[in-house]
Design a protein around this ligand. Sequence first.
Ligand SMILES: *Cc1c(COP(=O)(O)O)cnc(C)c1O
Length: 399
Amino acid sequence: MAPRIVHELESKFGSEYGPEEEAAVLRVLRENAPTSGDACIQFEQDFAAYTGTEYARAVSNGTAALFLALLALGVKKGDRVLTTPLTWIATAAAGVTLGAEVDFIDIDPKTYNLDPAQLEKKLTPKTKAVIPVHLYGQCCDMDEILALSRQHGFAVVEDACHALGAEYKGRKAGSMGALGCFSFHEQKNISTLGEGGIITTGDAALFEKVALYRSHCTRVYGKSSKYCSIDETQRPKGKRFWYQDFDDCGYNFRMTDIQGAVGSEQLKKLDDLNAKRIAAARYLTQHLQEVPGLTLPCEAPECKHVYHLYPLQIDAVKFGMSKEDFVYAMLHEHGIKVGTHYIPLHYSTAFRTRGFHQGQFPVVEDIAERLVTLPIHPRLTLEALEYLAGAIRKLSGTA
Ligand SMILES: *Cc1c(COP(=O)(O)O)cnc(C)c1O
């Protein structure tokens, strides 16, 4: 086993930094490293332009983005929020922490995204929001979901945390629903120093709510003019007299300017970083397609898949090894940590104690028996990819 290659296969970090990010950090540091100032506002403008949305507001992480998005829609106790059971817990927790009733929609077995055909059956008049998750970097069937949204009047909040730069019919992830939520956690396709998030929207009223609740619902008024800002950090410059009012009690989910400045540099690199992920996925697909008992990722023709992760199903009989034995052997025989993203959420204690149980979502339950995720990120070399595909072929006995 080659230790350097094994180190390269570590999937802890999803992006990479260079001299541009270093310079950005130093520049803002020398300006006293403020929070949510000019560098954050610049990042928000850059991000809105990149995704083709009207507004963007940077926040502390993706979990805060999802929470604020639902809050802006007015989600509260008595409302229903629907999402997929195959996601990170933050997606479902956003509704729960606002007191709403969260329910799941089973998945499409080919794309692993929530199945719009199952969605319709789960709608009730209380359904306020649906959160499609663009899982592993491939967008959901948005035309179907948006058509149901128009028909039934629920709001669509895209969880685009895996899908930075992904596209659906030429539209960027996060630009199709009422609001889009992104994360810049260290494992995501770009990062703002380990944590970070952003909310996109085309709706001025929703944007105002997001902006208010992100920062204690502050409005700033200039005494000598009608100037009014919805954010304390955008107070009227040069005006001697201004005062602060609070519309309501809100939160502090702000992003710092050092993170914002790094975000703008990362965003310039996003397409290149994604191109490397896509090339790595092509290599894996090409070198694993002959291996019996593997189900490789399926790319929908209308999507640009950005491979946040590379999902793979292991058929125990045809591959000759169960998923559990595969994960164990990859780690102990080859030093490669294979992921198992995610535990179907209705299996978790958090949702079992809320009345969910095995048997409710047969498609995801069946797939979860076989599903693993391979490490994929832009720093993988050809050597590391050869080692990864080679290890899988060895375990299958086809090397
Ligand atoms: C990472 C992630 C989140 C939450 O983002 P954080 O920045 O870690 O809070 C939400 N949903 C999905 C699908 C994610 O992968």
